[in-house]
Unconditional design. Structure first.
Length: 259
């Protein structure tokens, strides 16, 4: 039966995050209304992934929907929440021991890659579907890995990093970020045997929608939808970079004319 789940721990976590953000915003002189809207949008995406029929379908019926859930938790919710932070708010967060080190580009990339690959190993993937506590840990790690991954890309969150990447370095960083998800996705797309034993026994909601077809679609969902926010971020970085170059060229041309 496809229903809306109700998990008090999810709602408690969302409420805690919302009020923590509100407290930070009150302490930050540069906080704007847009920061609250972005952060609320990120929380909404997490709620959408965990407290709607997406969760029911992924837990009991469809691997493809389960992969959509992972994409929402790791690649859509985190960047929206990070856009909800101003530079002053980030300054307070990085005072927490370990945060600054973990959000540097290299550790962030490594953490996100490991989380993506390890949790999609068949033994662990199946285990999360049979153990709710482990499943909660998996979801928390996907959200955290997404936060780490996107942290070095955004101006506000990367403002206090020891290594602030140039626009070109950010584009390379984003390209590298697609490799772990593409590796997992390609295995699922081209495998001729079901990887996840749990879904071989799941009820079929649609006739002919076999576990192998479901798995192939899951891989496609990860490969295509997992790139959406990365592609948007890459376009923003590229056009800002292009705009700066154009402005500099116009400045040089103007200086030559004056002479």
């Amino acid at each position: 039966m496809i229903t809306f789940p109700f998990d008090l721990t999810v709602y408690a976590g969302l409420v805690v995050l919302f009020f923590a953000h509100a407290w930070l915003a009150r302490q930050a002189p540069d906080a704007e209304r847009k920061h609250t809207l972005y952060f609320f949008a990120g929380l909404f995406v997490v709620w959408l992934a965990l407290e709607t029929p997406i969760d029911t379908l992924s837990d009991h019926y469809l691997d493809s929907v389960h992969m959509l859930q992972h994409v929402l938790l790791a690649f859509v919710g985190p960047p929206l929440m990070l856009l909800g932070l101003s530079a002053a708010m980030v300054g307070r967060i990085v005072r927490i021991p370990g945060i600054r080190a973990l959000t540097e580009p290299v550790p962030a990339q490594v953490i996100a890659a490991l989380v993506m690959i390890v949790w999609h190993v068949p033994a662990l993937y199946d285990a999360t579907l049979r153990n709710e506590g482990l499943h909660v840990v998996e979801h928390l790690m996907f959200v955290a890995s997404g936060v780490f991954l996107y942290w070095p890309m955004l101006n506000a969150t990367s403002s206090q990093a020891r290594w602030r990447m140039s626009a070109g370095a950010k584009l390379v960083y984003m390209l590298l970020a697609t490799l772990p998800q593409d590796g997992v996705a390609l295995v699922l797309i081209f495998s001729r045997v079901p990887f996840y034993e749990f879904y071989t026994h799941a009820p079929r909601l649609i006739a002919g929608f076999t576990p192998l077809v479901d798995q192939t679609i899951a891989g496609a969902v990860l490969m295509i939808f997992g790139k959406v926010t990365l592609a948007i971020a890459a376009l923003v970085v590229f056009f800002r970079w292009f705009g700066v170059e154009q402005a500099q060229d116009r400045g040089i041309e103007s200086a030559i004319r004056v002479r």
